[in-house]
Write a protein that binds this ligand. Sequence first.
Ligand SMILES: Nc1nc2c(c(=O)[nH]1)N[C@H]1C(S)=C(S)[C@@H](COP(=O)(O)O)O[C@H]1N2
Ligand SMILES: [Mo]
Length: 197
Amino acid sequence: MSILNELETPIFYAEGMPRGVTAGNYTLAVDGLLTDGPRSFTFADIEAMPLTTVNARLTSVSGWTVRADWQGVRFVDFLTHLAVDPHASHVNFTSFGRYTTCVPLDVLRYEKVLVCYRVGGEHLELEYGGPVRMFIPHLWGYKSCKGLARMTFTDRTMLGFWETRGYTDRAEIEPGRTLDINSGETRTIRGGEVTEF
Ligand SMILES: Nc1nc2c(c(=O)[nH]1)N[C@H]1C(S)=C(S)[C@@H](COP(=O)(O)O)O[C@H]1N2
Ligand SMILES: [Mo]
């Protein structure tokens, strides 16, 4: 059982949990502005890339934050496997259930951004976005697409599921109060990535 599960971290899957996706049948489609055409990666392909552990927080605009050892492939390392067209400025992420959210490429180059498939040494459960999800600790959680099915490289932003419902497209974490899932305490956050506790 993952630490997220043990801590009873809230499970957000606005579009419903995908059914039947396993590490064994998983494929990640990568398309859009690539100079060598669309690509696809199996779970084994992703597992064969260098593994990085990032101790950081996932922070939801809905008022909670959780610290864990997130594990996977650094987004910048994943990029080395792709021939990205120089006109690409954004990546649009799509889940198996068609949740979407889009992030600028320069924002994704932050060293703590992961194509994530483990947490605290355990596999990432379907509930928490497994087999593979994005982990982007310096933006509100709605940018960390779970059940990642597709990455599309584009030259503009595309408003996603929550962004068309009023959440900001920049998703910069704002100052306020948040429930720390790890300690059960409500804490003040100053804005930006939550590193203060
Ligand atoms: N596919 C998908 N990814 C998603 C969401 C969702 O509804 N569907 N919710 C987002 C939001 S708002 C947050 S805060 C985090 C929560 O991650 P968790 O459900 O694993 O705790 O997932 C994000 N990724
Ligand atoms: Mo969220």
